[in-house]
Design a protein. Structure first.
Length: 214
């Protein structure tokens, strides 16, 4: 049995290195940018204050294909770190992969993006792989924008991020945002009115209130 297989506890087929399900999922995940430590995310148990939020997220997870097809946006926020925002966002992305892996072939369908890292990366003008990555960022089915509005933006950062998110929203491409900013004022202070409108006003907002559980 492959110890790194996502289906090892539920699959009844004989395990082999040529398993199509494993190979398809491995391709999707290895090209998604999900950190290795979170490619098999931990089980989360809701605290009392977050119970309703978890129920809603489970409902979205159960219907993730419709969420993506309809080009919906989700904003998961909390003023506290370490209470499950990123893990939940990755769970939703992985569930989407689980639903569409069959027959996917070599199509990259979703991305996990740590926003501060992205903004640092796109300033490397000599990186020839950036053009392909930017195209994928705009056109893939689902993007998780992790830790958005965590810092103020330079004018260049602002213009780049606005282009990516604006094109996705206008093209009805699905997005999941996580942030420690909780109010619209917090977002405006971080990156202005226009980008706030694209992120906050187009998204269903879910607020976590639980404590840091790392």
């Amino acid at each position: 049995m492959r110890e790194d297989c996502w289906y090892k506890n539920v699959c009844e087929l004989e395990c082999s290195n040529s398993c199509i399900r494993y190979l398809e999922m491995s391709y999707l995940i290895s090209n998604s940018g999900i950190p290795l430590a979170l490619q098999t995310p931990p089980k989360l148990e809701a605290s009392k204050v977050d119970y309703e939020a978890y129920l809603r997220l489970q409902e979205i997870k159960d219907n993730i294909e419709d969420f993506v097809k309809e080009g919906k946006n989700l904003l998961i926020v909390s003023s506290t770190t370490g209470n499950g925002k990123t893990t939940w966002a990755i769970k939703l992305l992985l569930k989407y992969f689980d639903r569409i892996w069959a027959g996917n072939g070599f199509r990259k369908r979703g991305l996990f993006v740590h926003v501060p890292t992205l903004l640092a990366k796109i300033k490397n003008f000599e990186d020839t792989s950036l053009a392909e990555y930017k195209d994928l960022l705009v056109n893939c089915d689902l993007v998780v924008w992790d830790d958005i509005a965590s810092t103020g933006l330079s004018q260049y950062d602002y213009s780049q991020l606005l282009v990516f998110i604006d094109q996705r929203v206008l093209s009805k491409k699905a997005n999941i945002f996580t942030s420690n900013a909780t109010s619209e004022d917090d977002f405006v202070k971080a990156f202005g009115v226009k980008l706030t409108s694209r992120v906050v006003n187009t998204s269903e907002k879910i607020v976590f209130k639980g404590k840091d559980r790392r």
